[in-house]
Write a protein that binds this ligand. Structure first.
Ligand SMILES: Cc1cc2nc3c(=O)[nH]c(=O)nc-3n(C[C@H](O)[C@H](O)[C@H](O)COP(=O)(O)OP(=O)(O)OC[C@H]3O[C@@H](n4cnc5c(N)ncnc54)[C@H](O)[C@@H]3O)c2cc1C
Length: 417
């Protein structure tokens, strides 16, 4: 998305030949890393299982990218990210040999360290590195629920288990060529309900987010007024993606059209999805959460039908595509994308962000995983205008300064180093 595959070094396409997918058995599956997630999902769903850390790009991306980015997505809030699902990895290292990495007990680790070869040397050096730098490593661990930067060295040794596969997750192809992964799978819940919260301003945002989180939604997503306006403006595209009749969908969208005409567009829409094993259970979860945020006087809606929820999910998922397809001048430029701001800091962050963006004549949307404070801010940039390059650099600096000012001092020192 931000050019990870553009490089001056060697680019290896593993999708053509290293793509075998095994069968889902005993709640796990072994897959070669060039396989596409969409094909893996077809196999796991046959056994009513999923690998729940799939990203929003699940229809386009391969398993190698998922592992090497430590991908996460709409279910991460409840189920964690890719690193939590890897049972073992096979990797080709710089000596040209393939090795298997999985959790080892201390005695198994000692055995590896005694090996007088390339593999033994790796175990020895990394174990020493971790032992010598315990405090530094602990302090450097980002204090967020979701992370796709740096090596996950803090997850390798917990005092009992030594697992080098954790080092390869999120390593962006820098440590070796990963050829095969075994993933743990989970059984998806059968029923879901959606609590939709319409916020007119950011005043009670953190309280509402934190209160809703107490009720343990499986996903907690959001999109802003710009995304909402785009969806209404380009309504026919939404119709296409929903594959529903225009009249029935038009009726479903009547409240949104009304909001648009009367100027009552909410500043932010929050979608909290609750899952369970029966309709009664999920309805109750959503209604209890709704009751709990009543005191903030925001408009809310609960729906347990797939159809009722679909329009909100489509706006959330299609916002980026609507921008890409309808902007005549310029293109989507996700260069200030994907940062994590803890939910309690969002009411500070969002107005400051608007203030920065208002200094420029730029169209943009904000959508994302509000439960993790993980936001996608997508500006439209016209790079035929010479000033765009200057704006790009200026805006990036202002944006990162804003984010850094909202993290704790200790973390800030490490990040700025
Ligand atoms: C529209 C869109 C939405 C997205 N949404 C999300 C989201 O919700 N959550 C999220 O986490 N991410 C998201 N992403 C980014 C996401 O991480 C990628 O889409 C996906 O996981 C990468 O897969 P890919 O096959 O495109 O990987 P590539 O871009 O091909 O590779 C990604 C990285 O992995 C390395 N790599 C790939 N294969 C191997 C291998 N076999 N061995 C070693 N290194 C390897 C590459 O070197 C590169 O550094 C999104 C991207 C897009 C375009």
């Amino acid at each position: 998305m931000s050019g990870g595959s553009l490089n001056e070094s060697i680019i290896l396409d593993v999708t053509k030949h290293i793509n075998h997918i095994g069968n889902a058995e005993d709640n796990s599956i072994t897959v070669e890393l060039g396989a596409f997630y969409r094909d893996l999902e077809k196999k796991t769903l046959k056994k009513n299982l999923i690998m729940p850390s799939y990203p929003a790009s699940k229809d386009l991306c391969a398993i190698g990218g998922i592992v090497s980015n430590n991908s996460s997505g709409e279910k991460t809030l409840n189920f964690g990210s890719t690193k939590d699902y890897i049972q073992k990895l096979k990797v080709i290292l710089s000596d040209g040999n393939e090795y298997e990495f999985k959790p080892l007990s201390k005695s198994e680790l000692d055995e590896k360290i005694r090996q007088q070869d390339f593999e033994g040397e790796i175990y020895k050096k990394i174990f020493e590195l971790i032992q010598k730098n315990k405090k530094l490593i602990k302090d450097a661990k980002p204090d967020v629920s979701k992370n796709s930067t740096s090596y996950f060295i803090w997850d390798v040794w917990n005092g009992e288990t030594f697992d080098l596969s954790k080092l390869f997750v999120g390593s962006q192809g820098t440590l070796g060529i990963i050829t095969e992964a075994t993933f743990k799978l989970i059984k998806p819940k059968t029923h879901s309900s959606l609590l939709v919260i319409f916020l007119e301003d950011f005043n009670n945002l953190s309280e509402i987010v934190n209160k809703t989180l107490e009720h343990k939604p499986e996903s907690f997503e959001s999109y802003d007024d710009h995304t909402f306006s785009l969806a209404i403006k380009f309504f026919p595209d939404i119709v296409k993606s929903l594959k529903t009749g225009i009249i029935s969908l038009g009726l479903q969208f009547l409240p949104e059209f009304f909001m648009m005409i009367t100027g009552g567009i909410p500043k932010l829409i929050l979608l909290a999805e609750f899952t369970g094993d029966s309709e009664e259970e999920v309805e109750q979860k959503a209604q209890t959460a709704r009751e709990d945020i009543k005191k903030f006087h925001s408009k809310t809606r609960v729906t347990t039908s797939k159809k009722g929820a679909e329009k909100y999910w489509t706006i959330r998922r299609e916002g980026f595509n609507l921008l890409r397809h309808h902007i005549k001048k310029g293109r989507t430029a996700p260069f200030i994308d994907d940062t994590i701001i803890k939910p309690e800091k969002l009411p500070l962050f969002l107005p400051r962000l608007s203030k920065i963006m208002d200094q420029y004549d730029i169209t943009y949307t904000i959508a994302g995983h509000i439960g993790d404070g993980n936001l996608h801010i997508i500006p439209i940039m016209d790079f035929t205008r010479p000033e765009s390059k200057i704006i790009f650099k200026e805006l990036e600096k202002k944006y990162l300064t804003l984010c850094l000012n909202l993290v704790d001092q200790c973390q800030r020192n490490i990040m700025t180093v």
